[in-house]
Design a protein around this ligand. Structure first.
Ligand SMILES: NC(=O)c1ccc[n+]([C@@H]2O[C@H](COP(=O)([O-])OP(=O)(O)OC[C@H]3O[C@@H](n4cnc5c(N)ncnc54)[C@H](O)[C@@H]3O)[C@@H](O)[C@H]2O)c1
Length: 339
């Protein structure tokens, strides 16, 4: 069985804090876990060694001061300063004041913490910073997991990590039952039933901090492209499709509503139309996938069998370098790691 997994987390927002709560909760339960055991590992085999942020209202605080409704074994971890290579988003501070450290200082702290993985869950749209975090992971000798939609995984970065016996996983986490997975699942089902899709859209409304950040047109455009490309893999023919975050509505909190409309053609060109909505919770929806991917990745690193990295990436991300149908992603992942 592989050794236990040590992670450092960049970004102490919704996803990071939910993940930490989950690690505590699943010490004593398996209810709600998609895969209780992956590569012989349970969530109890994962520990957090460090958390980084640049928000001055978070840096220096203990994790226990941010997670006030649960007591966790990680409550005493003090949030350290991370790095920032992009303009400071206004949701973090209008004054532009952040608490960050230099690249070299960050690499030194990462080396001291010595995690297996640096998990990148920083705010959307910080492309240069996510790239720097992946460089830092490589320099510090740990693997990198990129949940953000920033592009960090390329043939070049994959090779650089693999040369050191490490891995880079990404990009853009695909939630367990989020807007993209559900959309892909519906297309897969329609295609499987011989129906030809003509046009489709998916419009998302969310109320958390990340949705608010995504409202900047440039970020919204990138996320829309990431989701639209991810969905396109499910058919062998092109169809007119749009998918993306459309609006921020504070009232929704950490939940998200995805509105779908699809038009397809059947026998004699008859029209089939789908019009529905899906409401989910964002941060919890991502955590099963993160836990699964980290445990599978640790197994691969321990067995030094890096050929299986693509199986993890196609299962866990919307934009992996190699794409496969949603049904195959899950099957290949379970065939490879469920034991
Ligand atoms: N299911 C999901 O929730 C899901 C799915 C796909 C992708 N993602 C991505 O995961 C990321 C995290 O989502 P979230 O809901 O936790 O966001 P969030 O806004 O709640 O948290 C982001 C955190 O990152 C911090 N941060 C910003 N810049 C930083 C830097 N340079 N270094 C360290 N920390 C920094 C912010 O201060 C904040 O604490 C986002 O990029 C999101 O798009 C989430």
């Amino acid at each position: 069985m592989p050794d236990k997994i040590k992670i450092a987390i960049a970004g102490s927002g919704n996803v990071a804090l939910t993940l930490v709560k989950g690690l505590e909760h699943y010490k004593n339960s398996t209810e709600g876990l998609w895969h209780p055991k992956i590569s012989g590992l349970t969530p109890n085999d994962i520990s957090v060694s460090a958390v980084f942020d640049i928000d001055p209202s978070k840096v220096g605080k203990k994790i226990g001061q941010l997670i006030t409704d649960h007591k966790t074994g990680f409550s005493d971890i003090i949030i350290q300063s991370g790095i920032m290579s992009d303009p400071v988003p206004s949701h973090i501070t209008h004054s532009g004041h952040i608490k960050s450290v230099s690249y070299d200082e960050f690499v030194r702290s990462l080396k001291t913490d010595n995690p297996d993985f640096l998990v990148n869950v920083i705010s959307s749209g910080l492309d240069k910073t996510s790239e720097k975090y992946s460089d830092a992971a490589l320099d510090a000798g740990c693997s990198f997991f990129n949940a953000t939609s920033s592009k960090t995984v390329t043939d070049k970065t994959k090779k650089a990590f693999e040369t050191k016996g490490l891995m880079i996983l990404g990009d853009d986490l695909m939630s367990q039952f989020g807007g993209t997975a559900f959309h892909r699942g519906m297309i897969d089902f329609m295609t499987n039933r011989g129906i030809k899709i003509q046009k489709a859209y998916q419009l998302d409304v969310g109320g958390n901090q990340d949705t608010m950040n995504t409202m900047a047109e440039e970020i919204r455009e990138k996320k829309r492209n990431s989701k639209t490309e991810s969905i396109a893999i499910e058919t062998t023919y092109p169809f007119s499709s749009t998918a993306g975050t459309t609006e921020y509505a504070e009232q929704l909190g950490d939940s998200r509503v995805s509105y779908y409309w699809m038009e397809a053609k059947g026998f004699l060109g008859s029209t089939i139309e789908i019009d529905l909505s899906l409401r989910t919770n964002d941060s919890t929806n991502g955590c099963n996938v993160i836990l699964d991917a980290l445990r599978a990745a640790k197994g691969v690193l321990t067995r030094k069998d890096l050929t299986k990295i693509d199986i993890i990436s196609t299962y866990a991300f919307k934009n992996p370098t190699k794409k496969t149908h949603i049904r195959e992603c899950v099957k290949s992942f379970e065939d490879a790691f469920l034991n």
